[in-house]
Design a protein around this ligand. Structure first.
Ligand code: C2E
Ligand code: CA
Ligand code: CA
Ligand code: CA
Length: 279
């Protein structure tokens, strides 16, 4: 019952969000009060560990609810997935992220890659490639500026289909990264057949990386595996200088985490990019 109410809330929030997007003027007040609230995206910088510069951002969804405040994705992505609502919601995420990335490009700021999380149901949906092509076309974002983050467990559900899907996306020019790497069960031989460009070390391995020999061993193994497969390796959840220094000393390419910046509204990212452009 609680689940039904949550699902109904999600549906209405998506409708309200899409209705706002249909209004041309970005400064217009939201079309109508929505008792279920609305979705928005926040963006977390991804930083090159050698240069310290922002080269991309990950888009993360938030649900702002008039009564419940900001609802984190962990509370609703599962249900959106289960109910199929993730397909429409995910398409909104892709479009919104692409539109924002093309605004940053048009402002002459450093070319950024925007990364979007894609869930299993969304990835397997027949029209995924079409939907993504449509979002790129409508926003004018070059495909090379879009990256999709997928998890190993998603890819292992139907290996052949996943590889086929990934090839189509790669052909289009979109890049792919494996999220939460090490927490799922992808076989190493499968990894070889994935047309991906990046491995992301999950934050559960990063947390104790400065002190735990086991976590160090895992991170080092992922970094060297990634590099041998000619992939870039990024660590998420980097919160301390010690974690960053360990990763940098051990050749990890990129990082993301509260140490550099939490996920922020687009305007705050614009400010960071402006400051970076002056350096
Ligand atoms: P994820 O893709 O693994 O994203 C990383 C999570 O770690 C994000 O939580 C981010 O805010 C958080 N984080 C970033 N830096 C740090 C740090 O230094 N320390 C710690 N402890 N956490 C950090 P968030 O935004 O709550 O998202 C949770 C999960 O929800 C994501 O995990 C992703 O699986 C899912 N998600 C978020 N947005 C979307 C979306 O648009 N579509 C789909 N399908 N899933 C999404
Ligand atoms: Ca992610
Ligand atoms: Ca993760
Ligand atoms: Ca994830």
């Amino acid at each position: 019952e609680e689940k039904l109410a949550l699902l109904e809330g999600l549906r209405r929030a998506l409708d309200a969000t899409l209705a706002d997007d249909a209004v041309d003027d970005p400064d217009a007040v939201p079309a109508a009060y929505s008792p279920a609230g609305r979705f928005h995206l926040v963006y977390q910088p991804k930083v090159d560990l050698r240069t310290g510069r922002i080269f991309g951002v990950e888009a993360l969804i938030r649900w702002r609810h008039p009564e419940h405040g900001t609802v984190p994705p962990m509370r609703f992505i599962g249900l959106a997935e289960e109910s199929g609502l993730i397909v429409g919601l995910g398409e909104w995420v892709v479009r919104t992220a692409c539109r924002q990335a093309s605004v940053w490009r048009a402002a002459g700021l450093d070319a950024l890659t925007v990364s979007v999380n894609v869930s299993a149901r969304q990835f397997e949906e027949k029209r995924l490639v079409e939907r993504i092509a449509g979002a790129l076309r409508d926003t004018g974002l070059p495909p090379s500026s879009l990256e999709l983050e997928v998890t190993e467990s998603l890819l292992m559900r139907d290996l052949n289909q996943a590889v086929e899907r990934m090839r189509e996306l790669k052909e289009m020019g979109v890049s792919l990264s494996i999220d939460d790497f090490g927490t799922g069960y992808s076989s190493l031989s499968a990894l070889k057949s994935f047309p991906i460009s990046t491995l992301k070390i999950d934050k559960s391995f990063v947390r104790d990386i400065a002190v735990s020999a086991d976590d160090q061993a895992i991170a080092l193994a992922v970094i060297s595996l990634g590099h041998r497969l000619q992939l870039r390796v990024i660590a998420e959840g980097v919160e301390t200088v010690e974690q960053r220094d360990f990763l940098r000393a051990n050749d990890c390419d990129e990082m993301q985490g509260y140490l550099f910046s939490p996920p922020l509204p687009a305007e705050r990212i614009t400010e960071m990019l402006r400051a970076q452009a002056q350096q």
